[in-house]
Design a protein around this ligand. Structure first.
Ligand SMILES: *Cc1c(COP(=O)(O)O)cnc(C)c1O
Length: 379
């Protein structure tokens, strides 16, 4: 007869095995940011963290001035220029501080007297708040009264502003401006959550910036694309670290840059190129969004939250129809059991938000659609 000890040992082994299977249950990552990255980007970055270029040292342990690291920055910059076909006369830099620091650096460096802002959501509003510290701010239009459920269309921008600032994708509300606007004034865009998701005509912008953690890399680095001739015009003293010229002149190496996040950006840029570039990313984004919005519109339980023509391909927001409001929590639990992660809507919208950045797969979107359909049948 087997002893109690043997039973216990077998039991704990089975438990371990069970835990292992459980933890391997396929997860579908819909987090809004930091968010899903291609598996190979994560694995390649992890490898370099263990042994950078066979040096026996970790990427975390080397000097940013080491001869092996400069090529990382150089290649990342070159890939950004290649993928976006950045014209001559523009610089690409990597900074810390997130997109939120750019909200301050933009007016610090570019606002001479007056700037215009298109208020399409929380992030636009935060950008505007900082600009007011530096000069006059004109809100050209706002959809705040409608809880930012659409992108204002019929507005005009004064001719005498130093720039117009837009947020191309409103991460929280799920609206997006997917074309490059034609305006008569210098255009500046926060592209944090749709950067590299579609081709962009960089020549139409004086500055494009984005925190990396939505669609480019792990958190910790911000990419900024700048038109060189526009630098150094603001009539004020700018602290060294907040002056774009400092970082342009030193090739992002004025001080220690976020080494590991930049490396992860490089891996992701390589992945984007290998997978067909921004044109292919745009095609995949549309495919995913068409699938999911079709289900949101078809399914009796759900409805989209924003104007159809402004629906984001990156952050797809939806809520329970009024008569099914009570099913919100049950659906959330149901989907979570099936592996969905990060589908809870932002508190200012409620309901659900499925973020589908470049790394999102058709399989992931299909898994969510299946959960929505099954849940509809059960209810
Ligand atoms: C997340 C986000 C920000 C803020 O980014 P941080 O890097 O956290 O400062 C700004 N703008 C948009 C559009 C965002 O999605």
């Amino acid at each position: 007869m087997r002893s109690l000890k043997q039973h216990l040992r077998e039991y704990s082994q089975a438990q371990l095995y069970f835990n292992k299977i459980q933890s391997k249950m396929k997860k579908y990552n819909f987090n809004a940011g930091p968010s899903m990255l291609p598996r190979e980007v994560i694995e390649n970055t992890a490898k370099q963290c263990l042994d950078f270029n066979g040096s026996g040292l970790s990427l975390m342990e080397i000097s940013h001035r080491a001869k092996d690291f400069q090529p990382v920055v150089d290649e990342a910059v070159a890939l950004i220029k290649e993928l976006y076909q950045v014209p001559e006369g523009y610089s690409v830099i990597f900074l810390g501080g997130g997109a939120s620091l750019e909200f301050c650096m933009i007016p610090y460096n570019f606002l001479i007297k007056k700037a215009a802002y298109l208020n399409t959501g929380t992030w636009a509003k935060k950008a505007m708040k900082e600009a007011k510290l530096f000069g006059e701010v004109v809100e050209v239009a706002s959809s705040a009264d409608a809880n930012y459920t659409f992108i204002p269309k019929d507005w005009t921008c004064p001719d005498d502003v130093d720039y117009l600032h837009i947020t191309t994708n409103n991460t929280i509300y799920g609206t997006e401006i997917r074309k490059d606007l034609d305006v008569k004034v210098p255009l500046i865009a926060d592209m944090s959550s749709d950067i590299f998701s579609r081709p962009v005509d960089v020549s139409k912008y004086d500055c494009i910036y984005g925190g990396a953690q939505k669609n480019l890399a792990m958190a910790g680095v911000t990419v900024v694309i700048l038109k060189d001739e526009k630098l150094g015009r603001a009539p004020r003293q700018i602290p060294t670290m907040l002056d774009y010229r400092t970082h342009v002149e030193k090739g992002s190496m004025f001080n220690t840059p976020p080494v590991v996040p930049i490396y992860s950006a490089l891996e992701n840029l390589r992945w984007i190129k290998k997978n067909g570039g921004v044109e292919a990313m745009a095609k995949r984004a549309k495919e995913r969004a068409d699938m999911l919005y079709a289900e949101i519109d078809r399914n009796k339980l759900f409805r989209g939250t924003v104007a159809e023509e402004d629906r984001s391909y990156m952050n797809l927001c939806f809520v329970m129809n009024d008569e099914y409001k009570d099913l919100e929590k049950p659906f959330f639990d149901f989907a979570t059991e099936r592996g969905m992660v990060g589908i809870k809507g932002h508190r200012s919208v409620g309901g659900f938000r499925a973020s589908c950045y470049n790394a999102q797969t058709i399989e992931g979107v299909q898994a969510l659609i299946n959960a929505m359909q099954e849940f509809e049948k059960n209810n």
